[in-house]
Design a protein around this ligand. Structure first.
Ligand SMILES: Cc1cc2nc3c(=O)[nH]c(=O)nc-3n(C[C@H](O)[C@H](O)[C@H](O)COP(=O)(O)OP(=O)(O)OC[C@H]3O[C@@H](n4cnc5c(N)ncnc54)[C@H](O)[C@@H]3O)c2cc1C
Length: 395
Protein backbone atom coordinates (compact mmCIF):
# COMPACT_ATOMS: atom_id res chain seq x y z
CA UNK A 1 0.00 0.00 0.00
CA UNK A 2 1.44 3.38 -1.01
CA UNK A 3 0.41 5.99 1.53
CA UNK A 4 1.92 8.93 -0.34
CA UNK A 5 -0.50 11.22 -2.16
CA UNK A 6 -0.30 11.23 -5.95
CA UNK A 7 0.16 14.49 -7.88
CA UNK A 8 -3.61 14.56 -8.63
CA UNK A 9 -4.45 13.99 -4.98
CA UNK A 10 -2.16 16.80 -3.88
CA UNK A 11 -3.80 19.11 -6.45
CA UNK A 12 -7.27 18.08 -5.19
CA UNK A 13 -6.25 18.72 -1.59
CA UNK A 14 -4.71 22.11 -2.40
CA UNK A 15 -7.75 23.24 -4.39
CA UNK A 16 -10.12 22.35 -1.54
CA UNK A 17 -7.78 23.74 1.09
CA UNK A 18 -7.66 27.08 -0.64
CA UNK A 19 -11.46 27.10 -1.13
CA UNK A 20 -11.92 26.39 2.57
CA UNK A 21 -9.47 29.13 3.53
CA UNK A 22 -11.76 31.74 2.04
CA UNK A 23 -15.14 30.11 2.70
CA UNK A 24 -15.22 28.23 5.98
CA UNK A 25 -17.27 30.19 8.53
CA UNK A 26 -15.30 31.34 11.55
CA UNK A 27 -18.21 31.50 14.00
CA UNK A 28 -19.10 27.78 14.13
CA UNK A 29 -17.80 27.46 17.70
CA UNK A 30 -20.59 29.82 18.84
CA UNK A 31 -23.23 27.61 17.21
CA UNK A 32 -21.79 24.21 17.94
CA UNK A 33 -23.03 24.02 21.51
CA UNK A 34 -26.57 25.03 20.57
CA UNK A 35 -29.18 22.27 20.07
CA UNK A 36 -29.36 21.01 16.47
CA UNK A 37 -32.87 22.46 16.17
CA UNK A 38 -31.37 25.96 16.59
CA UNK A 39 -28.24 25.57 14.50
CA UNK A 40 -29.97 23.82 11.61
CA UNK A 41 -30.52 26.85 9.38
CA UNK A 42 -26.84 27.73 9.85
CA UNK A 43 -25.84 24.23 8.69
CA UNK A 44 -28.21 24.50 5.73
CA UNK A 45 -26.56 27.77 4.64
CA UNK A 46 -23.11 26.19 5.02
CA UNK A 47 -24.10 23.23 2.82
CA UNK A 48 -25.47 25.66 0.22
CA UNK A 49 -22.12 27.42 0.14
CA UNK A 50 -20.27 24.13 -0.31
CA UNK A 51 -22.68 23.22 -3.08
CA UNK A 52 -22.12 26.54 -4.87
CA UNK A 53 -18.39 25.82 -4.72
CA UNK A 54 -19.00 22.30 -6.12
CA UNK A 55 -17.97 20.60 -2.88
CA UNK A 56 -21.22 19.27 -1.38
CA UNK A 57 -20.97 15.70 -2.68
CA UNK A 58 -17.49 15.05 -4.00
CA UNK A 59 -18.06 11.27 -4.24
CA UNK A 60 -21.06 11.60 -6.56
CA UNK A 61 -20.60 11.27 -10.34
CA UNK A 62 -20.03 14.58 -12.16
CA UNK A 63 -23.29 14.27 -14.11
CA UNK A 64 -25.22 14.46 -10.82
CA UNK A 65 -23.35 17.46 -9.44
CA UNK A 66 -20.48 15.65 -7.74
CA UNK A 67 -16.78 15.48 -8.61
CA UNK A 68 -16.47 11.74 -9.21
CA UNK A 69 -13.83 11.75 -6.45
CA UNK A 70 -11.82 8.60 -5.80
CA UNK A 71 -11.94 7.06 -2.32
CA UNK A 72 -8.63 8.67 -1.46
CA UNK A 73 -9.93 12.07 -2.58
CA UNK A 74 -13.02 11.54 -0.40
CA UNK A 75 -10.73 10.81 2.55
CA UNK A 76 -8.77 13.97 1.74
CA UNK A 77 -12.03 15.95 1.60
CA UNK A 78 -13.06 14.81 5.10
CA UNK A 79 -9.57 15.31 6.49
CA UNK A 80 -9.53 18.89 5.22
CA UNK A 81 -13.01 19.54 6.61
CA UNK A 82 -11.90 18.22 10.00
CA UNK A 83 -8.57 20.06 9.89
CA UNK A 84 -10.29 23.46 9.75
CA UNK A 85 -13.08 22.33 12.08
CA UNK A 86 -15.70 22.99 9.41
CA UNK A 87 -19.35 22.60 10.44
CA UNK A 88 -21.15 19.44 9.30
CA UNK A 89 -23.63 19.63 6.42
CA UNK A 90 -27.37 19.85 7.09
CA UNK A 91 -28.55 17.16 4.69
CA UNK A 92 -26.26 14.45 6.06
CA UNK A 93 -28.52 11.51 5.18
CA UNK A 94 -29.51 12.91 1.80
CA UNK A 95 -25.90 13.40 0.75
CA UNK A 96 -24.36 10.34 2.37
CA UNK A 97 -26.97 7.60 1.97
CA UNK A 98 -30.17 8.47 0.18
CA UNK A 99 -28.85 10.52 -2.77
CA UNK A 100 -26.42 7.71 -3.71
CA UNK A 101 -29.30 5.18 -3.46
CA UNK A 102 -31.48 7.33 -5.75
CA UNK A 103 -28.56 7.64 -8.19
CA UNK A 104 -28.17 3.83 -8.16
CA UNK A 105 -31.85 2.81 -8.34
CA UNK A 106 -33.87 5.88 -9.33
CA UNK A 107 -35.62 6.58 -12.63
CA UNK A 108 -34.39 9.53 -14.70
CA UNK A 109 -37.42 11.51 -13.54
CA UNK A 110 -36.65 10.76 -9.86
CA UNK A 111 -33.01 11.76 -10.27
CA UNK A 112 -33.99 15.00 -11.97
CA UNK A 113 -36.63 15.76 -9.36
CA UNK A 114 -34.70 14.94 -6.17
CA UNK A 115 -30.94 15.12 -6.66
CA UNK A 116 -30.46 18.90 -7.15
CA UNK A 117 -32.46 19.75 -4.01
CA UNK A 118 -30.52 17.23 -1.92
CA UNK A 119 -27.30 18.95 -2.96
CA UNK A 120 -28.54 22.45 -2.24
CA UNK A 121 -30.13 21.41 1.10
CA UNK A 122 -33.42 22.80 -0.15
CA UNK A 123 -35.02 19.46 0.74
CA UNK A 124 -33.86 17.54 3.79
CA UNK A 125 -34.16 13.75 3.86
CA UNK A 126 -34.75 11.23 6.60
CA UNK A 127 -34.51 7.44 6.64
CA UNK A 128 -37.66 5.55 7.69
CA UNK A 129 -36.36 2.04 8.27
CA UNK A 130 -36.57 1.01 11.98
CA UNK A 131 -39.84 0.14 13.68
CA UNK A 132 -40.65 -0.72 17.30
CA UNK A 133 -40.30 -4.45 16.47
CA UNK A 134 -37.87 -4.23 13.58
CA UNK A 135 -34.41 -2.75 14.22
CA UNK A 136 -31.59 -5.26 13.89
CA UNK A 137 -34.10 -7.57 12.22
CA UNK A 138 -35.15 -4.92 9.73
CA UNK A 139 -36.89 -7.39 7.41
CA UNK A 140 -39.50 -7.99 10.15
CA UNK A 141 -40.98 -4.54 9.50
CA UNK A 142 -44.76 -4.26 9.40
CA UNK A 143 -45.57 -0.82 7.93
CA UNK A 144 -47.71 -1.76 4.96
CA UNK A 145 -48.52 -0.18 1.60
CA UNK A 146 -51.50 -1.25 -0.48
CA UNK A 147 -52.04 -0.26 -4.10
CA UNK A 148 -55.21 1.79 -4.60
CA UNK A 149 -56.10 3.68 -7.74
CA UNK A 150 -52.52 4.44 -8.83
CA UNK A 151 -51.26 5.28 -5.35
CA UNK A 152 -49.73 3.26 -2.54
CA UNK A 153 -51.64 3.80 0.71
CA UNK A 154 -49.28 3.55 3.69
CA UNK A 155 -50.20 2.62 7.28
CA UNK A 156 -47.80 1.94 10.13
CA UNK A 157 -45.14 3.34 12.43
CA UNK A 158 -41.40 4.08 12.23
CA UNK A 159 -39.12 4.97 15.13
CA UNK A 160 -35.69 6.55 15.79
CA UNK A 161 -36.00 8.55 12.57
CA UNK A 162 -33.11 11.04 12.63
CA UNK A 163 -34.00 14.41 11.04
CA UNK A 164 -37.71 13.42 11.00
CA UNK A 165 -38.52 16.78 12.64
CA UNK A 166 -36.97 18.71 9.76
CA UNK A 167 -37.38 16.15 6.95
CA UNK A 168 -39.10 17.17 3.73
CA UNK A 169 -38.80 13.66 2.27
CA UNK A 170 -38.35 10.17 3.64
CA UNK A 171 -36.84 7.01 2.20
CA UNK A 172 -39.47 4.65 3.59
CA UNK A 173 -39.29 0.85 3.58
CA UNK A 174 -42.76 -0.75 3.53
CA UNK A 175 -44.27 -4.19 3.15
CA UNK A 176 -46.09 -4.52 -0.16
CA UNK A 177 -46.53 -8.32 -0.22
CA UNK A 178 -47.44 -9.72 3.20
CA UNK A 179 -47.68 -13.25 1.77
CA UNK A 180 -44.06 -13.31 0.52
CA UNK A 181 -41.08 -14.41 2.69
CA UNK A 182 -40.09 -11.46 4.88
CA UNK A 183 -37.11 -10.25 2.79
CA UNK A 184 -39.05 -10.53 -0.47
CA UNK A 185 -42.22 -8.51 0.07
CA UNK A 186 -40.62 -5.11 0.77
CA UNK A 187 -40.60 -1.95 -1.35
CA UNK A 188 -38.90 1.44 -0.91
CA UNK A 189 -41.07 4.54 -1.34
CA UNK A 190 -39.98 8.16 -1.54
CA UNK A 191 -42.52 9.88 0.70
CA UNK A 192 -43.33 13.57 0.93
CA UNK A 193 -43.33 14.28 4.67
CA UNK A 194 -45.97 16.98 4.16
CA UNK A 195 -48.48 14.40 2.86
CA UNK A 196 -51.79 14.15 4.70
CA UNK A 197 -51.66 11.42 7.38
CA UNK A 198 -47.95 11.78 8.30
CA UNK A 199 -47.41 12.61 11.97
CA UNK A 200 -43.97 13.32 13.44
CA UNK A 201 -43.48 13.06 17.21
CA UNK A 202 -40.27 14.03 19.01
CA UNK A 203 -38.29 11.53 21.09
CA UNK A 204 -36.24 13.18 23.81
CA UNK A 205 -32.73 11.72 24.15
CA UNK A 206 -30.60 11.71 27.28
CA UNK A 207 -28.49 14.51 25.76
CA UNK A 208 -31.63 16.68 26.01
CA UNK A 209 -31.95 16.90 22.22
CA UNK A 210 -34.76 15.53 20.10
CA UNK A 211 -32.53 14.51 17.23
CA UNK A 212 -34.82 11.72 16.18
CA UNK A 213 -38.54 10.98 16.05
CA UNK A 214 -41.41 8.57 15.84
CA UNK A 215 -43.27 8.70 12.52
CA UNK A 216 -46.90 7.62 12.17
CA UNK A 217 -48.51 6.95 8.78
CA UNK A 218 -52.29 6.84 8.54
CA UNK A 219 -53.69 6.25 5.04
CA UNK A 220 -50.86 8.26 3.49
CA UNK A 221 -51.14 8.28 -0.32
CA UNK A 222 -47.86 7.95 -2.22
CA UNK A 223 -47.92 8.10 -6.04
CA UNK A 224 -46.68 4.94 -7.72
CA UNK A 225 -43.96 7.00 -9.51
CA UNK A 226 -42.32 7.33 -6.08
CA UNK A 227 -41.35 3.66 -5.83
CA UNK A 228 -37.54 3.52 -5.70
CA UNK A 229 -36.22 0.47 -7.56
CA UNK A 230 -38.60 -2.40 -8.21
CA UNK A 231 -41.75 -3.30 -6.29
CA UNK A 232 -40.98 -6.09 -3.78
CA UNK A 233 -37.21 -5.61 -4.30
CA UNK A 234 -36.97 -3.10 -1.44
CA UNK A 235 -34.63 -5.29 0.59
CA UNK A 236 -31.83 -4.84 -1.95
CA UNK A 237 -32.46 -1.09 -2.18
CA UNK A 238 -32.48 -0.73 1.63
CA UNK A 239 -29.31 -2.81 2.04
CA UNK A 240 -27.58 -0.54 -0.46
CA UNK A 241 -28.52 2.47 1.69
CA UNK A 242 -27.13 0.68 4.77
CA UNK A 243 -23.84 -0.05 2.95
CA UNK A 244 -23.45 3.65 2.19
CA UNK A 245 -24.27 4.40 5.83
CA UNK A 246 -21.62 2.08 7.27
CA UNK A 247 -18.99 3.06 4.73
CA UNK A 248 -19.39 6.80 4.94
CA UNK A 249 -18.39 7.40 8.56
CA UNK A 250 -14.81 6.21 9.00
CA UNK A 251 -12.94 8.68 6.84
CA UNK A 252 -14.33 11.76 8.50
CA UNK A 253 -14.04 10.49 12.07
CA UNK A 254 -10.34 9.94 12.40
CA UNK A 255 -9.35 13.58 12.63
CA UNK A 256 -12.26 14.44 14.90
CA UNK A 257 -11.06 11.74 17.27
CA UNK A 258 -7.52 13.00 16.99
CA UNK A 259 -8.69 16.47 17.91
CA UNK A 260 -10.58 15.08 20.94
CA UNK A 261 -7.58 13.15 22.24
CA UNK A 262 -5.25 16.16 21.75
CA UNK A 263 -7.66 18.34 23.71
CA UNK A 264 -7.91 15.69 26.42
CA UNK A 265 -4.11 15.49 26.72
CA UNK A 266 -4.03 19.28 27.06
CA UNK A 267 -6.73 19.16 29.76
CA UNK A 268 -4.93 16.36 31.63
CA UNK A 269 -1.91 18.67 32.02
CA UNK A 270 -3.99 21.30 33.85
CA UNK A 271 -6.64 19.29 35.74
CA UNK A 272 -5.52 18.36 39.29
CA UNK A 273 -5.68 14.74 40.46
CA UNK A 274 -4.45 13.47 43.85
CA UNK A 275 -2.24 16.51 44.43
CA UNK A 276 -0.63 16.64 40.98
CA UNK A 277 -1.78 17.06 37.40
CA UNK A 278 -3.85 14.26 35.87
CA UNK A 279 -1.14 13.94 33.21
CA UNK A 280 1.29 12.80 35.95
CA UNK A 281 -1.02 10.00 37.08
CA UNK A 282 0.40 6.75 35.64
CA UNK A 283 -3.02 5.19 34.97
CA UNK A 284 -4.32 8.26 33.16
CA UNK A 285 -1.13 8.49 31.09
CA UNK A 286 -1.46 4.87 30.03
CA UNK A 287 -5.09 5.27 29.07
CA UNK A 288 -4.35 8.41 27.05
CA UNK A 289 -1.52 6.65 25.24
CA UNK A 290 -3.74 3.61 24.59
CA UNK A 291 -6.52 5.77 23.06
CA UNK A 292 -3.95 7.68 20.99
CA UNK A 293 -2.56 4.39 19.60
CA UNK A 294 -6.06 3.09 18.83
CA UNK A 295 -6.93 6.25 16.92
CA UNK A 296 -3.88 5.61 14.75
CA UNK A 297 -5.00 2.00 14.24
CA UNK A 298 -8.37 3.33 13.12
CA UNK A 299 -6.66 5.48 10.47
CA UNK A 300 -4.64 2.54 9.17
CA UNK A 301 -7.73 0.30 9.07
CA UNK A 302 -9.52 2.93 7.01
CA UNK A 303 -6.63 3.07 4.55
CA UNK A 304 -6.65 -0.72 4.34
CA UNK A 305 -10.36 -0.61 3.50
CA UNK A 306 -9.73 2.01 0.79
CA UNK A 307 -6.85 0.03 -0.58
CA UNK A 308 -9.00 -3.10 -0.83
CA UNK A 309 -11.92 -1.34 -2.50
CA UNK A 310 -9.58 0.35 -4.96
CA UNK A 311 -8.03 -3.03 -5.81
CA UNK A 312 -11.20 -5.14 -5.99
CA UNK A 313 -14.00 -2.62 -6.59
CA UNK A 314 -16.08 -4.23 -3.81
CA UNK A 315 -16.40 -3.14 -0.17
CA UNK A 316 -15.21 -5.89 2.15
CA UNK A 317 -16.00 -6.66 5.79
CA UNK A 318 -13.88 -3.63 6.76
CA UNK A 319 -17.09 -1.58 7.04
CA UNK A 320 -18.24 -3.72 9.98
CA UNK A 321 -14.76 -3.88 11.50
CA UNK A 322 -14.47 -0.10 11.30
CA UNK A 323 -17.97 0.44 12.70
CA UNK A 324 -17.26 -1.65 15.82
CA UNK A 325 -13.84 -0.11 16.24
CA UNK A 326 -14.73 3.59 15.97
CA UNK A 327 -17.96 3.38 17.96
CA UNK A 328 -16.43 1.54 20.90
CA UNK A 329 -13.24 3.63 20.80
CA UNK A 330 -15.30 6.82 20.88
CA UNK A 331 -17.01 5.58 24.04
CA UNK A 332 -13.63 4.74 25.64
CA UNK A 333 -12.29 8.22 24.88
CA UNK A 334 -15.39 9.85 26.38
CA UNK A 335 -15.21 7.57 29.43
CA UNK A 336 -11.58 8.63 29.92
CA UNK A 337 -12.61 12.28 29.64
CA UNK A 338 -15.04 11.70 32.51
CA UNK A 339 -12.27 10.10 34.60
CA UNK A 340 -9.97 13.06 33.97
CA UNK A 341 -12.55 15.82 34.50
CA UNK A 342 -14.34 14.23 37.47
CA UNK A 343 -17.60 16.02 38.43
CA UNK A 344 -16.77 18.91 36.05
CA UNK A 345 -17.23 16.46 33.21
CA UNK A 346 -20.93 16.20 34.07
CA UNK A 347 -21.67 19.91 33.74
CA UNK A 348 -23.89 20.92 30.86
CA UNK A 349 -23.35 23.82 28.45
CA UNK A 350 -25.59 26.14 30.50
CA UNK A 351 -23.36 25.85 33.60
CA UNK A 352 -20.75 28.63 33.83
CA UNK A 353 -18.21 26.12 35.26
CA UNK A 354 -18.66 23.64 32.40
CA UNK A 355 -15.39 22.73 30.68
CA UNK A 356 -15.33 23.33 26.92
CA UNK A 357 -18.93 24.54 27.11
CA UNK A 358 -20.29 21.15 28.17
CA UNK A 359 -18.99 19.32 25.09
CA UNK A 360 -17.58 16.47 27.24
CA UNK A 361 -20.85 15.78 29.07
CA UNK A 362 -22.68 15.94 25.75
CA UNK A 363 -20.07 13.69 24.10
CA UNK A 364 -20.27 11.08 26.86
CA UNK A 365 -24.05 10.82 26.57
CA UNK A 366 -24.26 11.00 22.77
CA UNK A 367 -21.62 8.35 22.12
CA UNK A 368 -23.77 5.71 23.88
CA UNK A 369 -25.84 5.68 20.68
CA UNK A 370 -22.79 5.05 18.47
CA UNK A 371 -22.82 1.30 19.17
CA UNK A 372 -26.53 1.13 18.25
CA UNK A 373 -26.98 3.41 15.20
CA UNK A 374 -26.13 2.06 11.74
CA UNK A 375 -26.23 -1.52 13.10
CA UNK A 376 -25.39 -2.54 16.67
CA UNK A 377 -21.99 -3.92 17.67
CA UNK A 378 -23.55 -7.37 18.14
CA UNK A 379 -24.96 -7.29 14.62
CA UNK A 380 -21.60 -6.16 13.19
CA UNK A 381 -19.91 -9.06 15.04
CA UNK A 382 -22.47 -11.44 13.56
CA UNK A 383 -21.61 -10.12 10.08
CA UNK A 384 -17.88 -10.62 10.69
CA UNK A 385 -18.47 -14.05 12.26
CA UNK A 386 -20.51 -15.24 9.33
CA UNK A 387 -18.97 -13.52 6.30
CA UNK A 388 -15.33 -13.35 7.38
CA UNK A 389 -14.82 -16.26 9.72
CA UNK A 390 -17.28 -18.59 7.99
CA UNK A 391 -19.09 -19.37 11.26
CA UNK A 392 -22.69 -20.58 11.12
CA UNK A 393 -25.39 -17.92 11.26
CA UNK A 394 -26.50 -17.04 14.80
CA UNK A 395 -30.16 -16.53 13.82
C1 LIG B 1 -28.60 7.83 17.34
C2 LIG B 1 -29.45 6.91 16.54
C3 LIG B 1 -29.94 7.32 15.32
C4 LIG B 1 -30.76 6.46 14.56
N1 LIG B 1 -31.28 6.93 13.38
C5 LIG B 1 -32.11 6.13 12.66
C6 LIG B 1 -32.71 6.60 11.46
O1 LIG B 1 -32.49 7.75 11.04
N2 LIG B 1 -33.55 5.79 10.79
C7 LIG B 1 -33.83 4.52 11.22
O2 LIG B 1 -34.59 3.82 10.54
N3 LIG B 1 -33.28 4.03 12.37
C8 LIG B 1 -32.44 4.81 13.09
N4 LIG B 1 -31.89 4.34 14.26
C9 LIG B 1 -32.29 3.02 14.75
C10 LIG B 1 -31.20 1.97 14.66
O3 LIG B 1 -30.97 1.57 13.34
C11 LIG B 1 -31.67 0.79 15.54
O4 LIG B 1 -31.75 1.28 16.88
C12 LIG B 1 -30.71 -0.36 15.48
O5 LIG B 1 -30.75 -0.98 14.22
C13 LIG B 1 -31.04 -1.42 16.56
O6 LIG B 1 -32.39 -1.78 16.52
P1 LIG B 1 -33.29 -1.76 17.83
O7 LIG B 1 -33.10 -0.45 18.51
O8 LIG B 1 -34.67 -2.16 17.44
O9 LIG B 1 -32.68 -2.86 18.79
P2 LIG B 1 -32.90 -4.43 18.68
O10 LIG B 1 -32.70 -4.88 17.29
O11 LIG B 1 -34.19 -4.78 19.35
O12 LIG B 1 -31.71 -4.96 19.55
C14 LIG B 1 -31.74 -5.01 20.98
C15 LIG B 1 -30.45 -5.68 21.44
O13 LIG B 1 -30.39 -7.03 20.95
C16 LIG B 1 -29.20 -7.25 20.21
N5 LIG B 1 -29.48 -8.13 19.07
C17 LIG B 1 -30.48 -8.02 18.18
N6 LIG B 1 -30.41 -9.00 17.26
C18 LIG B 1 -29.31 -9.73 17.57
C19 LIG B 1 -28.70 -10.89 16.99
N7 LIG B 1 -29.18 -11.48 15.91
N8 LIG B 1 -27.57 -11.37 17.57
C20 LIG B 1 -27.04 -10.78 18.68
N9 LIG B 1 -27.61 -9.69 19.28
C21 LIG B 1 -28.71 -9.18 18.73
C22 LIG B 1 -28.79 -5.87 19.72
O14 LIG B 1 -27.41 -5.80 19.44
C23 LIG B 1 -29.20 -4.99 20.90
O15 LIG B 1 -28.20 -5.02 21.88
C24 LIG B 1 -31.07 5.17 15.04
C25 LIG B 1 -30.55 4.74 16.27
C26 LIG B 1 -29.77 5.60 17.02
C27 LIG B 1 -29.23 5.11 18.34
Amino acid sequence: MDLNLTREEVAFRDEFRSWLASNVPNDWSRWREKPLEESFSYLRAWQRRLHEGGWAAVSWPKEYGGRGATLMQQAIFWEEMARVEAPPMANALGLGLIGPTIIAYGTDAQKKRFIPKILSAEEIWCQGFSEPNAGSDLAALQTEARLDDGDYVVNGQKVWTSYGWVGDWCELVVRTDPAAPKHKGLTVLLVDMKSRGVEVRPLRQMTGESEFNELFFRDVRVPIENVLGKVNDGWNVAVSTLMYERGSYGARLHLLFKRNISRLIELARSVPRNGRSAAEDPLIRQKLAQCFAEIEIMRLNQLRAFSRITATGVPGPEGSIQKIFWSELNQRVQQLAQEILGPYGHLLAADPHAIDKGLWSYGYLRTRGNTIEAGTSEVQRNIIGHFVLGLPRSY
